[in-house]
Design a protein around this ligand. Sequence first.
Ligand code: NAP
Length: 548
Amino acid sequence: MEDLQSLTRPDPNTATDPDFDAIIIGAGISGLYQLLRLRDHLGMNVQVFEMGSGVGGTWYWNRYPGARFDSESYSYGFSFSQELLDEWDWTEHFSPQPETERYLNYVTDKFDLRRNIRFSAKVKAAHYQDATRSWKVTLESGENFTARLLITAVGPLSAPTFPKVEGRESFQGEAYHTGLWPKHEVTFEGKRVAVIGTGATGVQAITEIAKTAKHLTVFQRRPNWCKPLRNKPISKEEMEEIRQQYPEIFRKCQESATCFLHTPDRRNTFDVPKEEREAFWEHQYNEPGFSMWVGGFRDMMTNRDANDEVSEFVAKKIRERVKDPRVADLLIPTDHGFGTRRVPQESGYYEVFNQDNVELVSILDDPITRITPTGLEQADRSFEFDMIVYATGFDAITGAFDRIDIRGAGGERLKEKWRRALETFLGMMVEDFPNMFMLCGPHTALGNIPRSIEYAVDWVTDAIRFMNENGYTYAEPTRAAVEDWTGFVIEGNKGLLSSEVDSWMTGINRNVEGKQTRIVARYSGSAPVFREKANAVAKGGYRELTVD
Ligand code: NAP
C-alpha cells in the first residue's frame, strides 16, 4: 500500500454525486460487454459514449469491400451467454462485415444495451478531478458529464491515418479510408481506382475491388506475407454441429497462447526432416485461418534460420501463383520474415495481379510525391483516377488514447506520460490515472480479441465489485506493480523476430509524429500466463492497487 495520507479525500459537505457510476468510451465489442456486466451484474448506473451512429466499433467503421473475420466466426463471438450461442447462426466460417455488424446489433438488442448508449457522441476530453474523485468527460458538443469510474473501450486499431502527402485534399474524385468507409453504396464499375496500402485491410479490399473496377492500380510500399484464408459457407446442419462443439471450441481458445483455435506445433523446425516439414507447411497452407502463422513450428518466431525456411516456402507459393516473375518478386517481402508482421489472409489476392485490369506499382523506392486534383504522381510518372482508396492503417494501440485529452491526478496528459515511457499495469490500469480501467490497452493480451476482451471485462468487473463492496472510491496501481508488469512485458518481447520489424505492432506509424521509433507496445506473451498473473492479483486481494 502506498502512503494514503497524500490522497485527497472528497469533502463530504461539498462533494456531489457524479452523474454516473461509470462512463465507458466506445460501443464496440469491449464497451458493449462491459456495459452489460456493470449494469446487469453490479447494478451500476452506466453511460456509454460512442462516436459512431451505431454499435460495433471496428465492425461499424471498417465496412470496406471484402472486410471479414480472420478468426473462425464461432471462435470470435461472445461466449458468455448460452442463450446467445443457441440463437445465433454464423453463415460463413469467416464472417463478412455486414453479418458481424448484424450480430453485434443483435447482441445489443437482446441485452437491451442501446438505452445506455449515446451515439454520435465523440469524447473530446476526460479529466480526473482530485476533489471529487471522479472523472469529468467532455464531448465534442461541449457537454460535460461526471462519473466515478472511466472505462476506455476505444480499441487498438481505431484511429485511421492518411499518408502525409501534399495535395490530398485537392483530389476531386471519390476518396475513402477503409477505416472510415461510408454507409452509402460505393461502386467500382467503369472506374479507375487506386488503392494505397497492402496490409491485412488492403489485401481484402484489393481482391474485392479488382472484381469490378475498370482499372485498379495498387500502390505498395512494403509487401506482406499473405496466406490463403480458405473461407467456406456454413450450412444449417454444420452450424448445429458447431453449436454442440462450443464448449470444446472455447476450451481450445482458452488454452491457446493467442486465444485462436490454432496452437504451435511442439517441434522445432530443424528437428523435422526437410521433406516432412515441407509436407507440414503444404498442409498448413491449405488449412483455413491462421494455422500457418500461430500454428507453425515453435521456433518459427525466434530462430532466424527456421523463419527463413518457412518464408522461402511461402515465397515459392507466391511465385507459383503470380504469372509475371517481376510482379511476383515485388510481392515477396525481403525486409521481414513470415509471421513477423501480422499475416494478412487472402482469398485470391495473388491471382488479382494476373488480371489485365490490375497494375502493381511499387512505391518503396519511388514514393508518391503529390496527390493532384485528378490523381497522383511519382517523381517521373503521373496517374489519373476516379477514386483513391486509402488502406493506410491506423495510429495503433495508443493512437485512440492520444486523440482524447485524458488527464490524470495532477493534470498530466496520458499522451505525454506515455511519450516519456509506455507503462501500464496489466495493460488495464495506469499509475496517476485513478479509477480508470482500459480494455484492449497497451501491454494487454490481445490475439483473438473477443476472447481477451471477455477476460479483461470480467477482471475489471471483479475489481470494481471489490471497490464497491469495500466502499472504496479510489483505486490506482502502485509504482511497484507498474514496474513489475511493464518489465515483464518488455522482457517477454526479447528474442522475438517480430520485435526487430517495423509495424503497427512495434508502435511504428510514419504518418504520425512521434511514432517513428520502435517500442514495446504489445504484450506478446501467452494469454494463459496473462490470465494467471491477473487472476493472482484478484485472488491476493488487489495488493497491487492503492485503494481508499
Ligand atoms: P497496416 O497493416 O498498418 O497496413 C497499412 C498499409 O498502408 C501498409 O501496407 C503500409 O505500408 C501502407 N502505408 C501506410 N502509410 C503509407 C504511406 N504514407 N504511403 C504508402 N503506403 C503507406 O493497416 P491495415 O491493413 O489496416 O491493418 C491493420 C491491422 O488491422 C491488421 O494488422 C490486423 O490486425 C487488423 N485487421 C484485421 C482484419 C481481420 O481480422 N479480418 C482485417 C484487416 C485488418 P508499409 O507496410 O510500408 O508501412
